[in-house]
Design a protein around this ligand. Structure first.
Ligand SMILES: *[C@@H]1O[C@H](CO)[C@@H](O)[C@H](O)[C@H]1NC(C)=O
Ligand SMILES: *[C@@H]1O[C@H](CO)[C@@H](O)[C@H](O)[C@H]1NC(C)=O
Ligand SMILES: *[C@@H]1O[C@H](CO)[C@@H](O)[C@H](O)[C@H]1NC(C)=O
Ligand SMILES: *[C@@H]1O[C@H](CO)[C@@H](O)[C@H](O)[C@H]1NC(C)=O
Ligand SMILES: *[C@@H]1O[C@H](CO)[C@@H](O)[C@H](O)[C@H]1NC(C)=O
Ligand SMILES: *[C@@H]1O[C@H](CO)[C@@H](O)[C@H](O)[C@H]1NC(C)=O
Length: 655
C-alpha cells in the first residue's frame, strides 16, 4: 500500500501543492503501525465524501510524571506520604495547556475548517471536528481505506501512518479515527452489534460445586480451641472465621465507619440475591441479616433478578457476603453496579463514573471494546449532556474488582489509558485491587501463539499475561489454599485442576516498576523459571504479578439458595479489600490518611515481614507447571498472604 502521493510531494518540496494548508511547518509522522491487525484486509479506498468524527486528543502535560507524583504520596519514605490529591488537583495537573489548545485550533482554522465546526470538550482534553475523508486525508497526509474482516464487517482506517505539522505534533496524543480498526463503516443504529460484548472480555465468575453438608458449615465458626484442628476444617470449608484466624484479623471493630469506605464492583448481569445474603448472614454473622450494600448504579446498572443462575449470582454473592461479613455490621459496603442487561459493562464504565475527566481522556472509551451510549441495541439511553455516567459515583478508599482479562485482547494505548487512570485514583488515595485470574499463566484457558493471538492447541504455547493486574498502578491479588503439611505458613499456591490456578507472570506491555525491581530480579536470579523467552517475558524489565494473595479455595457461599464451595481469585480479592478497609479505619481514627496506592509500601522490607511467605505450589497453564512459589516474592503468590494486625501496626507508624 503506497502512501498518499500528495504527502510525498509536501515532504519533497517543502511546500504544499495539493491543499489549503499555508503553514510553512514541516510535517512529521505522528503515529504508524508496521502491519495490519490479523484477519483484516483492505478492500478499496474510502469514498471522499464520507464524514468522519475526527477527534484530536491533546497531550496531558504532566502524564509522564504520573508515576513520580504517585510515588510522592505513596512511598513510605516520602515526606509527602499520605498527602493525597483532591479530584480538582488531579484535573488541574493533567489538563492540556492553553497553548496546546491554541496551536491545534489555529492549525485547523488555517486548514480552512471554519471556527463553527471546531468543538472543545468541557474538560479541555480533546477537540472534535467533523470532516470528510477528503479533508482528513489532506490534514493528516494519509489515505483512508475500507478494511474488511469476515467476522467483524468493515471499518474505515488510514494506511500505515499519518502526519501532523511538526509544531502541532508535540501537543497531540493521538487522532481518531486513524490507525485504530474501530470506526465501523456505515454502522446504523438498528444494526446488530458486531463486536464482542464486554462480558466476553471481562470475566470474574469463580468456579463452584455443591458444598459438603451445610451442617458442617456452622461447626467451623466456633471459638478457637485447637488451631491445627480448626485449620484442617478450614481446608475443607472456608468461612469468615477461617480468614480471621488465618490472617490475624480477630480483633476488628470499626472505630470510624462513617469516615471510611469500601466499594465492590459488579458488572451486570452479575447480581447478588438478597435471600442469599440473608442465608449467609444467618449462619455466619446473624446481626447482619437484612443488611444490604449501599447501591450505586452506573450506566443503567441494576441488581437484576430477570435471570437467576449460578453464572449470574455466584460472583456478587461471594464478593458481598465475605466483604460485608469481614468489615462487620457497622461499616457500610458500597456496591458499584455497572451496566444494564442489554449492554453489560466494561471497567471503563466504572472509571468514567468515578472520575468525570476520564470520560473524555484521550478521546474517551473505545467504541469497539466498551459499551456505547445511548445504546443502539436498546439498552441504557444515557444522560442528555454526557451521554453516560461521568463523575457520578463517590470515590471509595478501597476499590475491589473481582474480574480479569488479558493483555492480548487490547491495544497498548487502550491499556495505558486505563492504567494511567488507576494511577490517578491512587493519587486521590484509593487502593485499587484486581484479581489476577483463575487460569495460572493462561487466560480463560487460552494461551498465545507466535503472532500474539489467543487460542488453544499446539501452536499456543506462550503464557498470556492478565490485565489489568499487569498495570503497575494496581495491586494484583492471587490465591492460596490451606496446606497443613506445608511448613510454617500452612498455605500453598492455589491449584485445583479444572477449578483454579492462581494467575501470575510477567507483562508484555508494562515496564518493571521501581518498587518491584529488587524482588523480581532476586526471583529471576535465584529461581530462574525453566522456560525460554518465547514462553514468557524473561527480560527482567517487565511488570510482574501478583503483588500479594489470600486464600481462594473452598469458600462457603450461599448462592441461589444453596451452599456452594467456591474457588477463585474472585474470592481472595474482596477479602483483601476488607482487610485494607480495617487498616484504613485504624489510620483514619488516628487522624491519618487512607493507605491509597500500597505497592511501594508493601514491598519495603519491614512490611514484607508482615506477610506469610508462601513457598509451595505453582500456577499451571499452557501445558506447563507455570511458575513456582519460592522464598520471597514470586509470580504465583506475590509477597504472600497478610498478617493484618501486624500490617495495621506498621501502617499506624507511617505519617
Ligand atoms: C490439636 O489437634 C490435633 C489433631 O487432632 C492433635 O494432634 C493435637 O494434639 C491437638 N493439640 C492440642 C494442643 O490439643
Ligand atoms: C450506612 O448506610 C446507611 C444507609 O444509607 C446510613 O443510614 C448509615 O448512616 C450509614 N452508616 C455509616 C456509619 O455511615
Ligand atoms: C503442600 O505442602 C507440602 C509440604 O511443603 C508440599 O510438598 C505439597 O506440594 C503442597 N501441596 C500443594 C497442593 O501445594
Ligand atoms: C517485555 O516487557 C518489556 C517491558 O514491558 C517490553 O518492552 C518488551 O517488549 C516485552 N517483551 C516481549 C517479548 O513481549
Ligand atoms: C469523621 O467525619 C465527621 C463528619 O464529617 C468529622 O466531623 C470527624 O472529624 C471525622 N472523624 C475523623 C476521625 O476523621
Ligand atoms: C497478630 O498481630 C499482633 C499485633 O501485631 C501480634 O502481636 C501477634 O503476634 C500476631 N499473631 C500472629 C499469630 O501472628
Amino acid at each position: 500500500m503506497h502512501l498518499a502521493s500528495c504527502l510525498l510531494t509536501i515532504l519533497a518540496l517543502g511546500l504544499s501543492l495539493c491543499g489549503a494548508s499555508p503553514a510553512p511547518s514541516r510535517h512529521v509522522v505522528h503515529e504508524s503501525r508496521s502491519s495490519i491487525p490479523t484477519g483484516w484486509s483492505p478492500v478499496r479506498r474510502a469514498d471522499q465524501d464520507i464524514v468522519l468524527p475526527l477527534r484530536i486528543g491533546l497531550v496531558q502535560p504532566n502524564i509522564h510524571k504520573v508515576e513520580e507524583y504517585l510515588m510522592e504520596v505513596s512511598h513510605p519514605q516520602s515526606p509527602g506520604y499520605g498527602k493525597h490529591w483532591t479530584p480538582a488537583e488531579v484535573g488541574h495537573a493533567f489538563r492540556p495547556s492553553k497553548e496546546a489548545v491554541d496551536v491545534v485550533r489555529s492549525w485547523l482554522l488555517m486548514s480552512a475548517l471554519g471556527a463553527d465546526r471546531i468543538r472543545m470538550t468541557n474538560d479541555g482534553t480533546w477537540i472534535r471536528v467533523y470532516v470528510t475523508v477528503k479533508e482528513a486525508e489532506k490534514l493528516l497526509g494519509t489515505e483512508y481505506y475500507v478494511y474488511e474482516k469476515e467476522t467483524e464487517g468493515e471499518v474505515i482506517a488510514c494506511a500505515d501512518k499519518y502526519h501532523l505539522p511538526e509544531h502541532v505534533s508535540g501537543h497531540v496524543e493521538l487522532v481518531t479515527p486513524t490507525l485504530q480498526f474501530d470506526f465501523k463503516h456505515k454502522r446504523r443504529a438498528a444494526e446488530k452489534r458486531d463486536r464482542p460484548p464486554p462480558s466476553k472480555l471481562w470475566r470474574g465468575i469463580p468456579t463452584s460445586n455443591v458444598s459438603p453438608a451445610s451442617s458442617a458449615v456452622a461447626q467451623v465458626n466456633g471459638p478457637v480451641e485447637n488451631i491445627t484442628e480448626q485449620l484442617s476444617a478450614c481446608g475443607e470449608q472456608i468461612t469468615p472465621a477461617c480468614l480471621q484466624l488465618l490472617y490475624n484479623f480477630t480483633d476488628f471493630t470499626p472505630q470510624v465507619p462513617g469516615n471510611n469506605s469500601i466499594a465492590i464492583v459488579e458488572l451486570t448481569p452479575n447480581a447478588y440475591l438478597a435471600s442469599d445474603l440473608d442465608m449467609f448472614f444467618a449462619n455466619f454473622s446473624p446481626s447482619q441479616v437484612g443488611e444490604r450494600p449501599i447501591f450505586v448504579s452506573i450506566d443503567g446498572g441494576v441488581v437484576q433478578t430477570t435471570t437467576e443462575s449460578l453464572d449470574d449470582n455466584v460472583e456478587s454473592d461471594l464478593d458481598l457476603q465475605y466483604a460485608m461479613a469481614l468489615v462487620g455490621p457497622t461499616q457500610n459496603v458500597t456496591l458499584l453496579q455497572a451496566g444494564d442487561l442489554v449492554e453489560g459493562a466494561s471497567p471503563n464504565d466504572v472509571l468514567d463514573a468515578l472520575d468525570a475527566s476520564y470520560c473524555t481522556y484521550e478521546g474517551g472509551d473505545d467504541p469497539n471494546l466498551d459499551p456505547v451510549y445511548p445504546d443502539p441495541d436498546g439498552g441504557y439511553q444515557g444522560k442528555a449532556r454526557t451521554r453516560h455516567d461521568c463523575g457520578t459515583a463517590p470515590l471509595p478508599n478501597v476499590l475491589s474488582f473481582s474480574y480479569s482479562s488479558a493483555e492480548a485482547y487490547f491495544t497498548p494505548a487502550y491499556m495505558e489509558r486505563m492504567c494511567n487512570e488507576f494511577a490517578k485514583l491512587g493519587l486521590m488515595g484509593v487502593t485499587v485491587l484486581w484479581s489476577t485470574g483463575d487460569y495460572g499463566v493462561a487466560t480463560f484457558g487460552d494461551c498465545l501463539d507466535a503472532a500474539g493471538d489467543l487460542g488453544s492447541g499446539t501452536d499456543y504455547t506462550t503464557f498470556s499475561p492478565s490485565f489489568p493486574a499487569t498495570c503497575p498502578y494496581v495491586t494484583g491479588v492471587g490465591a492460596t489454599q490451606i496446606n497443613t503439611t506445608s511448613t510454617r505458613t500452612m498455605e500453598s499456591a492455589a491449584y485445583e485442576p479444572g477449578k483454579l490456578s492462581s494467575g501470575g507472570g510477567f507483562s508484555n506491555i508494562f515496564a518493571l516498576p521501581s518498587y518491584q525491581q529488587t524482588v523480581v530480579q532476586d526471583y529471576l536470579t535465584n529461581y530462574p523459571p525453566p522456560y525460554s523467552s518465547s514462553v514468557y517475558n524473561s527480560s527482567g524489565n517487565s511488570r510482574a504479578y501478583p503483588d500479594l494473595s489470600a486464600n481462594g479455595v473452598r469458600y462457603t457461599v450461599a448462592a441461589d439458595g444453596e451452599w456452594l464451595s467456591v474457588y477463585g481469585t474472585s474470592a481472595s480479592t474482596p477479602v483483601i479489600a476488607s482487610f485494607f478497609t480495617a487498616i484504613n479505619d485504624a489510620r483514619i481514627a488516628a487522624g491519618k490518611s487512607s493507605i491509597g496506592f500500597i505497592n511501594p509500601t508493601i514491598y519495603s522490607s519491614s512490611f514484607q515481614a508482615a506477610f506469610n511467605d508462601i513457598t509451595d505450589g505453582s500456577n499451571p497453564g499452557c501445558g506447563t507447571q507455570g511458575f513456582y512459589a519460592e522464598p520471597g516474592w514470586d509470580p504465583v503468590t506475590g509477597i504472600g498472604t497478610p498478617n493484618v494486625a501486624m500490617l495495621r501496626d506498621l501502617w499506624l507508624e507511617l505519617q
